[in-house]
Design a protein around this ligand. Structure first.
Ligand SMILES: O=C[C@H](O)[C@H](O)COP(=O)(O)O
Ligand SMILES: C=C(OP(=O)(O)O)C(=O)O
Length: 449
């Protein structure tokens, strides 16, 4: 059970510090009313589930498990549909099955889902044809449409984020525990991918091996019930601190604070200032925490983050999600990993191969090359292999739909195809086939490791 946090519990200490990337809410009183209402809402997740994920992440940090974290760049209110949620989940489960088999380790499955509604932006405003308006900051803040009305931050959207997250999580829980996620079913989807897509055929041998392994388990009399459910967790960037702190509660078992808006939350590259509000907020809660580390991160930054967020050096508490770019990972990551390892901290190292590899195509679309994404993951594995440390997982922006946002992949998307189904509201995602491609290729890398 969690109960509302009283102000003395430390949930609001971030308010005294500079908070980057917060919206300019036009009406502070309206915001206060929304916060008060959110504070009265029931938790979206239980503190005990966050503890369980922290234990799973401890296995990742110790080299005994692999993290698969993925989902939309920005979830959208009008995409809270059974079909879209199912497609995303299905893709993640298919990727998870391949990685589990090839890596022979448990795969911890975490969605960028049920709360990923807020976006940090490079620029506070956007100008089109001489008109300047606030940038789109995610459906939790303002609308995507380029009109003054849509772009004005509206705190009522924070309540919509809560309800959209609740509806999504409800369906995810139903799918993952109600039989839809049965491993044999997931494997059958993978067999379809291998059989029916040109890129899938390259993975026929691996798919056949998985098939034989499942048949073997069956023949050994493994209880089919064992295959029926899957552990799946939610995560999002803890960006809008008024929302995150309104959903922070005291766990009645331990007296600790938990952000019950999601199981795991992460702090982004643009908001991880050591003396800033986001790190202060993250330091107060007991959820497993991720921090994004871009190419400018120094070993001193990483060690200071550990000191603030994981003073007890507890495996599972802190995950470093590196997003260096394919051209920098082999140069920047080794020193970070070396110095952190030498300090005795046991963090989980996870590779986000998306955010360091974005560029603008001639058509004006923001895109990423599948080959760069793959190369960053390769670099990540190489660095860890060289240092004898554990490549703990991948963090990917993806969708279960056949969008055309990233170029390349086995069923190749060309720059000229980008306009066909470019649906993201912010950054380009891997589509279903590119995501499965990535899973099979990462599985091969994990094996070689
Ligand atoms: O998803 C991450 C960030 O929100 C995004 O990369 C920022 O994009 P921008 O540079 O278009 O603002
Ligand atoms: C904004 C994001 O990433 P980063 O903080 O690494 O730029 C993100 O993952 O949505």
């Amino acid at each position: 059970m969690t109960v509302n946090a009283n102000p003395d519990a430390g949930v609001n200490t971030w308010r005294d510090l500079p908070a980057a990337q917060q919206p300019d809410w036009p009406d502070p009183e309206a915001l206060r009313d929304v916060i008060a209402e959110l504070e009265s809402y029931p938790p979206l997740v239980f503190a005990g589930e966050c503890d369980q994920l922290r234990e799973r992440m401890a296995s990742v940090a110790k080299g005994e498990a692999f993290l698969l974290q993925g989902g939309d760049c920005a979830e959208a209110f009008d995409a809270v549909s059974a079909e879209q949620i199912r497609n995303k989940l299905k893709t993640l489960l298919q990727m998870g099955a391949v990685l589990t088999y090839a890596g022979s380790v448990p795969v911890v499955k975490v969605g960028r889902i049920a709360g990923q509604y807020s976006k940090p932006r490079s620029k506070p405003t956007e100008t089109r044809d001489g008109v300047t308006l606030p940038s789109y900051r995610g459906d939790s803040v303002n609308g995507f449409e380029f009109t003054a009305e849509a772009r004005t931050p509206d705190p009522q959207r924070l309540k919509r984020m809560y309800h959209a997250s609740a509806a999504t999580l409800n369906l995810v829980r139903a799918f993952t525990t109600g039989g839809y996620a049965d491993l044999r079913q997931v494997h059958a989807w993978n067999q379809d991918f291998v059989k029916n897509s040109p890129s899938g055929q390259r993975y026929e041998a691996l798919a056949r091996e998985i098939d034989r392994a499942l048949n073997f388990m069956n023949a050994c009399g493994v209880d089919p019930e064992e295959f029926k459910t899957v552990e799946f967790y939610s995560s999002h960037e803890a960006l809008i601190l008024d929302y995150e702190s309104a959903l922070t509660r005291v766990d009645s078992r331990t007296g600790n604070l938990y952000d019950v808006s999601g199981h795991m939350v992460w702090i982004g590259e643009r908001t991880r200032q050591l003396d800033g509000a986001h790190i202060e907020f993250a330091a107060r809660i007991r959820n497993p925490i991720g921090v994004k580390l871009g190419p400018s991160t120094t070993p001193e930054d990483a060690l200071a983050l550990i000191e603030r967020l994981d003073p007890e050096r507890e495996p599972g508490r802190l995950t470093f999600i590196t997003r260096m770019g394919a051209d920098k990972i082999r140069d920047r990551l080794p020193t970070l990993v070396e110095k952190v390892t030498a300090s005795g901290a046991q963090v989980a190292w996870v590779c986000d191969p998306m955010h360091g590899n974005t560029f603008e195509a001639a058509s004006g679309h923001k895109t990423r090359r599948f080959d760069d994404v793959l190369d960053e993951v390769k670099g990540f594995f190489e660095v860890h292999k060289g240092l004898g440390t554990h490549p703990g997982g991948i963090h990917v922006e993806l969708t279960g739909d056949d969008v055309t946002e990233c170029v390349g992949g086995g069923d190749e998307i060309f720059v000229d195809d980008l306009h066909q189904r470019y649906e993201t509201a912010c950054d380009p995602r891997l589509n279903r086939s590119q995501s499965l491609d990535l899973a099979f290729l990462v599985a091969e890398m994990y094996r070689d490791q």
